[in-house]
Design a protein around this ligand. Sequence first.
Ligand SMILES: Nc1ncnc2c1ncn2[C@@H]1O[C@H](COP(=O)(O)OP(=O)(O)OP(=O)(O)O)[C@@H](O)[C@H]1O
Length: 230
Amino acid sequence: MSSPLVTGAPIVSLRGLKRAFEQGGQRIEVLRGIDLDIMPGEIVALLGPSGSGKSTMLQAVGLLEGGFEGSISVAGERAEDLASDQRTRLRREHLGFVYQFHHLLPDFNARENVVMPQMILGVVRAEAEARADSLLTILGLGQRLTHRPSQLSGGEQQRVAVARALANRPTLVLADEPTGNLDEVTADNVLAEFLALVRGEGSAALVATHNERLAAKMDRVVRLKEGVLV
Ligand SMILES: Nc1ncnc2c1ncn2[C@@H]1O[C@H](COP(=O)(O)OP(=O)(O)OP(=O)(O)O)[C@@H](O)[C@H]1O
């Protein structure tokens, strides 16, 4: 099912995406020709068993690694035509990331962790703090703004990571098992809040998971099997 928000040109286009790894003299073809379009505002679940290549695919779309064959377009720009600094700009302007483990900066509090990526883009501090406080409050952390990651629960840490990913109003959020480290009830709550926030912001998302139940809450499900989407 497509989201009613889906309009216009795709925010991501993958054509013939391939990735192989050489390991111990063996060649493993992980991605063997992926074609995928994600439309603005569309939330897509990427399902597949462990080792099927979900993280590898997210790394490709996130412009984080080389070594891919095929074409990757983000926001209308072909990654293979860009120099490394232009890819970094494209990533900062358009993409937000949430991982299974929060990767928050341990010496900075919740608010500062959400302020940081905004300041890298040149947002003035007062504005960045207002945005951080607003996102964290929506996620139920209005009373936790000055807590450091070690003073937060696992679910709270992951909510801060969600706020950080959304801070710069990304056109696309890439999430790799974003609730995989949480118990079932907390995972459901954090995922529901994540989806509501992404929808409210009008961002698109590609969410890797091996959880069918969570995938069913998204607009569309694609499945990675033997290196291709089925
Ligand atoms: N840098 C690398 N060098 C060699 N092999 C790699 C490398 N990165 C990934 N692989 C292999 O590629 C395959 C896909 O890995 P990937 O992490 O993309 O799977 P995944 O679907 O995200 O799995 P999981 O759900 O367990 O996170 C695995 O077999 C893995 O061993």
